[in-house]
Design a protein around this ligand. Structure first.
Ligand code: UT7
Length: 319
């Protein structure tokens, strides 16, 4: 038995903030933001809903997509660096809201790399037989820790949630290989202090590391999976900046048509960005059952990584 993704869902807050809205109070321009980041608009949680609400919506959608029931879930894993409260974490509230309040529920924080770290752990739980059905959700309200007067970061970060359901299946590949890494020497380049609670970033330096580390990790993951870039159908990287994703894809040799970019409409949602991008790619018909997906991420810590998976392979096997 292998562990595979069998369902996906996402949820975005209703409030849309465009670049034109930001220009009203920041020394920036739509032209600069689009040219340097690819971002045109972002969604913000405005207080009418909690982050647990948003995460639960994504998880419920993923469960429905998987055709499974909440009572069968063994574990709920929620990645977030912006939970509703310092404690408890989001996961118990999400478990309760989606209807499996007796399942194990745990938060995981690896900043923007959280989703891939959690997906790797979910796969390990399922492959080892310790769990049959695991929900993995990335949920962020980065607007809570954004310095809205800092043009270097206020244009980038946003809110959203995405979730997948991981299950045991009689498939060939599933969640095949993950390369997860960290380097705490660079923690001062991207952080939020416990007292100030505002995200601070040396953007240019982070950019440089992000491209190099995501490429290295993806190459290592491909090698461990005994495949090459040519075998990859879809490349989904953390949506931090369109230029970062394009540069990484170029260095890896992934052609443009295989690269998923939705940072233009959702901006940087940290650990939620990969599942939201996967969800959107599937809805647009770019991601289909059996596709080989390469994922890469990079963020504060530094913590980063890459993963290779076959998309909803169970559907192809049982078809
Ligand atoms: O999710 C976790 C990982 N995060 C990332 O991967 C983000 C990585 N970094 C980035 O995406 C980019 O570095 C930024 C988008 C943050 C900045 O883009 P950049 O091309 O690296 O710009 P820069 O920081 O080198 O700044 C270039 C110039 C500076 O002016 P001077 O010093 O050359 O006169 C900045 O002050 O652009 C200025 N600038 C802006 N101008 C207009 C910085 N932010 C803005 C802005 N509008 N919003």
């Amino acid at each position: 038995m292998k562990a595979g993704v069998i369902g996906i869902g996402a949820a975005l807050p209703e409030e849309i903030v465009t670049n034109a809205d930001l220009v009203k109070h920041l020394d920036t321009s739509d032209e600069w933001i689009v040219r340097r980041t690819g971002i045109r608009e972002r969604r913000l949680l405005n207080g009418s809903r909690t982050l647990a609400d948003l995460a639960s919506e994504a998880c419920t959608m993923a469960l429905k997509d998987a055709g499974r029931e909440a009572k069968d879930i063994d574990r709920v894993m929620v990645c977030s660096l912006t939970p509703d409260r310092m404690m408890p974490g989001l996961a118990p509230a999400v478990a309760q809201q989606i209807g499996c309040d007796l399942a194990g529920a745990v938060d995981l924080n690896a900043a923007c790399a959280g989703f891939l770290y959690a997906l790797d752990q979910a796969a390990a739980l399922v492959e080892s037989g310790r769990a049959n059905l695991v929900v993995v959700c990335g949920a962020e309200a980065l607007s809570r820790i954004t310095d809205h007067s800092d043009r270097g970061t206020a244009i980038l970060f946003a809110d959203g949630a995405g979730a997948v359901v991981v299950a045991a299946a009689d498939i060939e590949h599933g969640l095949s290989t993950f390369e997860l890494r960290s380097d705490g020497r660079h923690s001062d380049l991207l952080y939020a202090e416990i007292d100030e609670r505002l995200l601070r970033m040396e953007g240019r330096e982070v950019y440089r590391h992000a491209v190099a580390r995501m490429v290295e990790a993806t190459e290592a993951a491909l090698q461990r999976a005994s495949i090459t870039t040519e075998d990859v159908d879809v490349f989904v990287a953390h949506q931090a900046n369109a230029r970062i994703i394009e540069a990484a894809a170029r260095r890896l040799g992934v052609p443009e048509e295989k690269v998923v970019i939705n940072v233009d409409t959702v901006a940087n949602t940290s650990s939620a960005s990969i599942p939201i991008a996967l969800w959107q790619a599937e809805r647009e018909g770019r991601l289909k059952s059996g596709h080989v997906v390469a994922m890469a991420t990079f963020g504060a810590g530094f913590a980063w990584g890459a993963g290779i998976m076959s998309w909803k392979e169970h559907a192809r096997v049982s078809a």
